[in-house]
Write a protein that binds this ligand. Structure first.
Ligand code: NG1
Length: 566
């Protein structure tokens, strides 16, 4: 049997829930949700679903805000997921729908009553172009209106559909037309909590439209994407909602395998390596109840951090005189450079983008010391005790003229700020990259003392949180409180000694959302009780609500398509 690298494997098509969740026990917990989804689909649409697309959320164990700098990260899929039941709309039910049987039209319903029914249809403008013979028709790519100004549930559905249309229904082929589709969505990944509900929505929507259009059936099956291809399409799709996202969430949601975390790296191309965790390690998620709405706040928060991180790399590459741009005659073609590329070029490992050397802990450590020293000299302001620099200072130090810099680095960001924290952001990214590799190394090391492994992993998580809070400024006072509560478990007497909490940190983009804590398997129950009792915002909540706020999670199965067989 050939073992495919995880990203090259095909998207699994399952026909039992045990396969979907990786174990019978987990499947049993979810069976009622699935039944309800299928029942409601029939009630709402008058016909049965043909597929359910499933994509899980993820918890990031370590490696925050470094995927878009092209450094590897270490997430795991969680059990919580988004499910989308779907089917082509049969001609017999057309009378019931106002938009009838228009190609590609979608009726989207959500089991959650807060989200209302949406009906939409992609358009493909056929125009007579001046660059083609007069009698020829130029066909523009498919288009769907996505409202980026406010967070709407169907935007994520549309984002998934967009990629399917433009990758699988070529605009130049008039015969290739998507079918009308009915979909029903449900999910239990809490939105805005750092557990990647958005990636789970986009991945499941992408899969649902592929499935409903028969891409996994019979003769069309050879065109179906691999897991790695699906990740790339989902990343592209998520950007349509207005977030310049890295690739961590989509990779974890698509490629994860039960029982292992994933080390996901992006250079020279997407690669995912399953990482076994120490036997006694259990990760517990806790929700701060501060909702972090990434899409709406992107320009002050997430996208601004992406811009600062990329600008830091540009300034460093200029200071180090690295040849990162291509030239065409007298014209220099500017492009975005990542901190990882700066490090690779500075360390001499950058060869035709094929370097993998920086995944080696020793090499990364060597390169870092140098680059951090230079960052400290160059990225800080020249005068005063500030750490931030102004837009003018930043442009001056970039070696680019203002128009170019705005075009390449700021046009997509629309950041409402005049100050940029380049040094602190670069310091976080470079040091966090090192923490990820150490974490991976400890997990991969055979033998050794289990307790000391857990302590090392926990310390890395604590340091990561402190860096997210101080250097990257992406935590939130309540998230810091929750981390303090988690860490204070070490003072609690459990009957087996003091509580074994090894580390606790924010997870995901931050500015609210969840924390993840590394706890000894035997102490998990006591730990969960402690957090429920001590975190002030949980006061007065019912046991049922609390159970959805604080929960232990084992690394779960990645995305799949469930096919109904009769
Ligand atoms: P969240 O917001 O937690 O799903 C986001 C990005 C990740 C990564 C983390 C920070 C998206 C879809 N996800 O995750 O790629 O950059 O922030 O480490 O934008």
């Amino acid at each position: 049997m050939t073992v495919l690298p995880a990203a090259d494997a095909p998207i699994p098509i399952f026909t039992t829930l045990k396969e979907v969740y990786g174990s019978l026990a987990t499947a049993a917990k979810h069976a009622e949700r699935w039944d309800q989804l299928v029942r409601e689909f029939e009630t709402k649409f008058g016909h049965k679903p043909t597929y359910v697309a499933r994509a899980p959320g993820r918890v990031n164990l370590i490696g925050e805000h470094i995927d878009y700098a092209d450094f590897g990260v270490l997430p795991a899929a969680i059990e919580h997921d988004i499910l989308i039941a779907c089917a082509p709309r049969p001609a017999s039910t057309v009378a019931a729908h106002p938009d009838g049987h228009a190609p590609g039209s979608v009726v989207a319903e959500n089991l959650h009553t807060r989200y209302t029914r949406q009906v939409f249809m992609p358009t493909r403008r056929h125009t007579l172009g001046d660059d083609v013979p007069l009698d020829a028709v130029r066909v523009a790519p498919w288009h769907l209106d996505i409202d980026k100004s406010e967070l709407r549930w169907e935007s994520y559905v549309k984002a998934g559909y967009y990629g399917v249309l433009n990758h699988f229904f070529s605009p130049s082929s008039v015969s290739s037309v998507p079918v009308p589709v009915d979909i029903l969505v449900t999910g239990n990944v809490p939105p805005g909590s750092g557990l990647s509900s958005s990636a789970a929505m986009v991945v499941s929507s992408t899969l649902a439209f592929l499935a409903a259009n028969g891409i996994f059936d019979g003769e069309k099956a050879p065109t179906k994407p691999t897991k790695g291809e699906l990740v790339n399409i989902a990343m592209e799709n998520e950007r349509r909602v207005g977030v310049n996202s890295g690739g961590m969430d989509q990779s974890a949601s698509v490629i994860a395998l039960p029982g292992s975390a994933l080390y996901v790296s992006f250079v020279p191309s997407l690669h995912a390596e399953p990482i076994g965790l120490p036997r006694d390690a259990v990760f517990v998620c806790a929700n701060s109840l501060v909702v972090s709405n990434k899409a709406e706040s992107a320009k002050h928060q997430y996208n601004l951090r992406v811009a600062e991180t990329l600008a830091a790399a540009r300034l460093l590459s200029h200071r180090l005189n690295l040849q990162v741009d291509s030239t065409d005659g007298d014209n220099t073609k500017r492009r975005l450079v990542t901190l990882r590329e700066v490090l690779a070029r500075k360390s001499g490992f950058y060869q035709d983008e094929q370097d993998a050397q920086l995944e080696d802990l020793g090499q990364l450590r060597k390169g870092l010391v140098d680059v951090l020293g230079i960052a400290m000299d160059y990225l800080l302001p020249e005068f005063g005790n500030r750490t931030d620099i102004s837009l003018d200072e930043m442009i001056n130090k970039s070696g680019m003229d203002e128009a170019e810099f705005r075009e390449v680095y700021l046009s997509g960001v629309d950041a409402e700020t005049t100050k940029f924290e380049l040094y602190l952001r670069a310091q976080h990214v470079l040091e966090e990259a090192l923490k990820v590799l150490k974490f991976r190394e400890v997990c991969l090391a055979g033998g050794g003392n289990e307790e000391s492994k857990l302590q090392t992993l926990g310390k890395l998580m604590n340091d990561s949180h402190d860096s997210c809070h101080r250097q990257f400024d992406c935590s939130h006072p309540k998230v810091n409180d929750l981390v303090r509560v988690a860490r204070s478990f070490r003072e609690v007497e459990t009957g087996r000694g003091k509580g074994r909490i090894y580390g606790s940190r924010m997870t995901g983009a931050g500015w609210g959302g969840c924390t993840v804590s590394l706890v000894h398997r035997e102490d998990v129950e006591a730990f969960i009780k402690h957090v429920k009792k001590k975190y002030a915002s949980y006061e007065g909540m019912s046991e049922e609500d609390l159970a959805s706020c604080v929960f232990a999670t084992e690394p779960g199965m990645g995305a799949c398509v469930y096919k109904f067989t009769n």
